[in-house]
Design a protein around this ligand. Structure first.
Ligand code: PMP
Length: 384
């Protein structure tokens, strides 16, 4: 049991130092001891987000942070553009519809990126400035596609009025998002991804412009009222009882991330992605997302010669490597390899080697044993 390698796109494995923090006795969240931990965590969160904005912490999964990202800044009836090219884009549209926003979807097929031009056209045509927010899922976890946030954001900035709300759940801490440099208003993320700790914390970063919108936004809110978090965080505490031990684990994982450095973290995820993709190509496993829009956090594979469910089963039962299946209409059609967070080159070699063995067991005789591992090894050898 305890040799399982978790390679789903979250939760991700947790480093031992963070696990040890989880095993500690809780301390009071109004204590000065907690205040010290929290102060450090808040500073490091701003570092990770590359921002001076508030980064607010919620006891919630990513979806709770998404909900906070909607209800604090918008009013019923507001027109919003929502990028939909996968399960999580669709979730934003459902969420926004639930809160009676006037949702206009900008869609692309699952496995394809959103087209920034479609955002530009809608935003340019909106001379009355009715569009209040543009909502984009950066790394679409369900398909392994990364959307062109930089370009979409540029169009939002040209519009001038609309907020940009970004789902960075599987991109924060895996790929560069210079929040202040780009002027991203709201960034939503969750602890069980790039943060390398278990699920339970949601994060929302909020720009000055978004706080201005907060003042006039009319949706009811209580537990997810971000101003409460802002007020308390200014005093190094939280409005409600936080998951203390998760925060102690976060203190540790942020220290580890700082030690590694942002550039190295992003380079590591690029390398893991490149090695995974090079290997899968050698194994004749079609990649679901094209190379130029591939997410550094997760790779989706659409096998043609072998049965997806069989692959997942053998990987789990014989090799104790947990991969993820497809979601919604992609169930049974694709499988997904998560390579975000606490993941190293060795994990990729292990997963690819086991995948080769799985394909051999499934009778794929045309496969050259070792070809995938060799391709991944070559990528590693060529990088620093
Ligand atoms: N957005 C994205 C891009 C995600 O990957 C996820 C989780 N897989 C979520 C939102 C939702 O997060 P949670 O399951 O923590 O609510």
């Amino acid at each position: 049991d305890d040799k399982q390698i978790l390679m789903i796109p979250g939760p991700t494995p947790v480093p031992e130092q963070a696990l040890l923090a989880l095993a500690k006795q809780p301390i009071g969240h109004r204590s000065s001891e907690f205040g010290c931990i929290f102060e450090e965590v808040l500073q490091n969160l701003q570092w990770l987000h590359q921002t001076q904005n508030d980064v607010l912490m919620l006891t919630a999964s990513g979806t709770g942070a998404m909900e906070a990202g909607i209800i604090n800044f918008l009013s019923p009836g507001d027109r919003v553009l929502v990028g939909c090219n996968g399960k999580f884009g669709d979730r934003w549209a459902d969420l926004a519809t639930t809160y009676n926003l006037n949702v206009e979807k900008i869609t692309a097929d699952w496995g394809k990126p959103l087209d920034p031009e479609q955002f530009r056209e809608k935003l340019e045509a909106d001379t009355e400035k009715q569009i209040k927010a543009v909502i984009v899922t950066h790394s679409e976890t369900s398909t392994g596609v990364i959307n062109d946030l930089e370009t979409i954001n540029r169009h939002v900035k040209t519009h001038g009025e609309a907020l940009i709300i970004v789902d960075a759940v599987t991109s924060l801490g895996t790929v560069n998002i210079p929040v202040d440099e780009w002027g991203i208003d709201v960034v939503v993320s969750a602890s069980q991804k790039g943060y390398m700790i278990p699920p339970g914390l949601g994060f929302v970063s909020v720009s000055e412009k978004a706080w201005e919108a907060y003042k006039t936004a009319k949706m009811p809110r209580f537990y997810l009222d971000l101003d409460k978090y802002r007020q308390f965080q200014a005093k190094n505490t939280t409005p409600f009882t936080p998951p203390i031990n998760l925060m102690m684990a976060l203190q540790v994982s942020l220290q580890m991330m700082k030690k590694e450095g942002l550039a190295n973290i992003f380079a590591r995820h690029q390398r893991l992605m490149n090695a995974t993709r090079a290997a899968l190509k050698q194994l004749n496993l079609p990649l679901f997302a094209p190379d130029n829009v591939a997410s550094p956090a997760i790779t989706a594979v659409a096998p043609v010669q072998a049965d997806t469910e069989q692959i997942l089963k053998i990987m789990k039962n014989r090799y104790d490597i947990a991969l993820a299946g497809g979601q919604d209409h992609l169930k049974g059609k694709i499988f997904r390899i998560g390579h975000l967070g606490f993941v190293t080159d060795r994990d990729i070699l292990t997963a690819i080697g086991s995948l080769e063995a799985t394909l051999i067991e499934l009778g794929q005789d045309s496969l050259t044993p070792g070809a995938g591992v060799a391709a991944a090894a070559k990528v590693f050898a060529q990088s620093e």
